[in-house]
Structure formats: C-alpha cells, structure tokens
Design a protein around this ligand. Structure first.
Ligand code: GA4
Length: 320
C-alpha cells in the first residue's frame, strides 16, 4: 500500500458550519478576527478586494496539471521550488497531490512552466504577480486589523514584515486529482496533504468548489471546511503564534482527497525577511515570560525543513 494511503482513526465528519466569518467591509471585524485567531487560528473572509479576474487567470493552472506527467516533471523536482508529484518536502512525506511552489521575492524560472504550456513565460509571471500582490495586500489589511483589535501600536507591526521587500513569502498551487479507488482504502480517508501547521506568519487559501480541507479543533476533532470559491480562508502560522506569545495558535490542518472531483487550491504563505527576529511582542506580554527562545526566521525555516510534515516544529524553540 502506498504510504499516503494512511489509516486515520478519525472518521470523516460532516461539514462544519461555524467557521468564523469575517466581512472585511465591516469596521467591527477587527474584534472578530482576534476572537477567531484565539479560538480557531482560522477564519473565512468575504467581501475582499481581490479581483475575480486574477483568480480566474491563475485557475488556468489546471491546464498545466492536465499535461502528461513526463512533461510536468521537466519543471521538477521541487527543491523546494518547482513541480512536485506526490512528494511533500524532502523528508519522506507524500500525499495524493501534485503541486507547484514558487518564491514570491526571487526571480523564478517560469520558462519551464511556459514551455510545457506553450505560452509566454511573461504571462505566467504576470498572472502570479497580480494574484500574489492582491492577496498580500488583503493579508496586510487583515494583519493591521489584528493589531488594532489587539490594541498594539504601530498597526503595521505584523504587516510590515510582509511588506518588506525581503519578505520571504511563497506561493503554492496544489492539485488533488480525483481518486476513484478511495472506497477501497481505510474508511474513505485518503490523505491528499497530511496534517501540519504552516511555519510562516499567515496563510491565505483559495480553492475551487471541491471539499477536502479540514482543521483540527482544540477538542481534538477534525472538521471539514465547506469549500467556497468566492472566499478566502486564512490561518495563523507558527510565527504569529510566537509573536503573540501563544495567544493565537497556528492551526493544524490537512486535506483529504475526493473520489469524484479534482481540487485546486492556491495558497499564499506570508513570511518575514530571513534575518527577522521572531519573538513575542513586548506589548502582548503583560508581565508574562516569553514562552519561546529567540530565533530568526532563517533559523526556524532551516529547522522546519528538517522536520516531517506532521511534527510540532515549535517544540524545539519552546522554553522548558
Ligand atoms: C508547509 C506549508 C507550505 O506548504 C510549505 C511547506 C514545505 C514544503 O512543502 O516544501 C514543508 C512544510 C510546509 C513544513 C515542514 C517542511 C517544509 C514540507 C516539510 C516537510 C511550502 C512551507 O513553508 O512549510
């Protein structure tokens, strides 16, 4: 049996209809964002300003994924950037997923993708840049609302890390092909992308209308998030957990494959510059001690890349 057909003792659940909903057009949303980050580390965003055309354009990536595997593999292996098939990271994790990972601040080789699709690389670069810039702007708005909700100054304490030209952010396209054999395996649970937390500050996900995303609640239950192609889903990353001295929790999440439909998701991972010190903000400590040892984003990332997907990566940086 393939490694990614992993047995799971949690039965698939029905949809969770209480995902916190943040309406970005409402001024009182800042308190709701804080509450959602404390309770779930996860929320859904509506009335955002990301133009639909940017989303539609990038959704054409499905054409790349429909190319023959031998062609797609010319844009791999992921090192970590590039095309990857079933492989996640480089420490033996795998899933029923293929992906493209792109760095948002360095010159990326779009030629490989363009030659497979027979299109101009500039068009792909422009599509990724337009989408990422708009989503990053929204992520910064959310982070500023968070700072206001937490009553910390200046309001750009978090967002400046993403705005920095050296911000170490990445963009990922995940394609989960349908798997007709799911019924044969383990209670219908085929892992598309195994459980993990994101190391960065904040992640913003948009998917097509196929279900699969699940988040782990504090009570230990996995709940399925109803898909919504018109909204974004935001989760707290490990670095934001540290900056808030554990007040916000980076949420564990995973994706289950679907037997009928293919799922396409696009995720922006907002990270700080490599040299940035990640530590709890003094204004959030209220006389508390820091729960974490000091580290830079470079150190954390280096350590994260040595871990397995499901590992608790922050444990190495916790004060005993
Ligand atoms: C999880 C979040 C992002 O997808 C990612 C992933 C990265 C990768 O696929 O290269 C990692 C994973 C992620 C965390 C631990 C390490 C690194 C795979 C892995 C086993 C791009 C990221 O930044 O961290």
């Amino acid at each position: 049996m393939d490694q990614h057909f992993s047995k799971d003792n949690c039965k698939p659940t029905s949809f969770f209809n209480n995902v916190p909903l943040i309406d970005l057009s409402k001024p009182d949303s800042k308190n709701l964002i804080v509450k959602a980050c404390e309770e779930f580390g996860f929320f859904k965003v509506i009335n955002h300003s990301v133009p639909t055309e940017f989303i539609t354009k990038l959704s054409e990536a499905i054409k790349f994924f429909s190319s023959p595997l031998s062609e797609k593999e010319k844009a791999g292996p992921p090192d970590p950037f590039g095309y990857g098939n079933k492989q996640i990271g480089c420490n033996g994790d795998s899933g029923w997923v293929e992906h493209i990972l792109v760095s948002t601040n360095s010159e990326f080789n779009y030629y490989k993708f363009a030659s497979i699709l027979g299109v101009n690389p500039e068009n792909i670069r422009a599509a990724v840049n337009d989408y990422v810039s708009a989503v990053k702007k929204m992520a910064c708005e959310i982070l500023e609302m968070l700072a206001e909700g937490l009553k910390i100054h200046p309001r750009n304490v978090f967002s400046k890390l993403l705005m920095d030209e050296k911000s170490d952010s990445v963009f990922r396209l995940n394609h989960y092909p349908p798997c007709t054999e799911i019924q044969q395996f383990n209670d219908n649970n085929l892992i598309g992308f195994g459980e993990h937390t994101d190391p960065q500050i904040i992640s913003v996900l948009r998917s097509n209308n196929t279900s699969g995303l699940q988040i782990l609640l504090k009570n230990g239950h996995w709940i399925s998030v109803p898909p919504d192609p018109n909204s974004f889903f935001v989760n707290v990353g490990d670095s934001l957990q540290v900056m808030t001295n554990g007040k916000f929790k980076s949420v564990k999440h995973r994706v289950l494959a679907n037997s009928m439909k293919s799922r396409l998701s696009m995720i922006y991972f907002g990270g700080p510059p490599l040299s940035e010190k990640i530590a709890p903000l003094a204004s959030l400590m209220e006389g508390e001690d820091s729960l974490y040892k000091e580290f830079t984003w470079f150190e954390y990332k280096k350590s994260a890349y040595k871990t397995r997907l499901a590992d608790n990566r922050l444990i190495l940086f916790e004060k005993i």
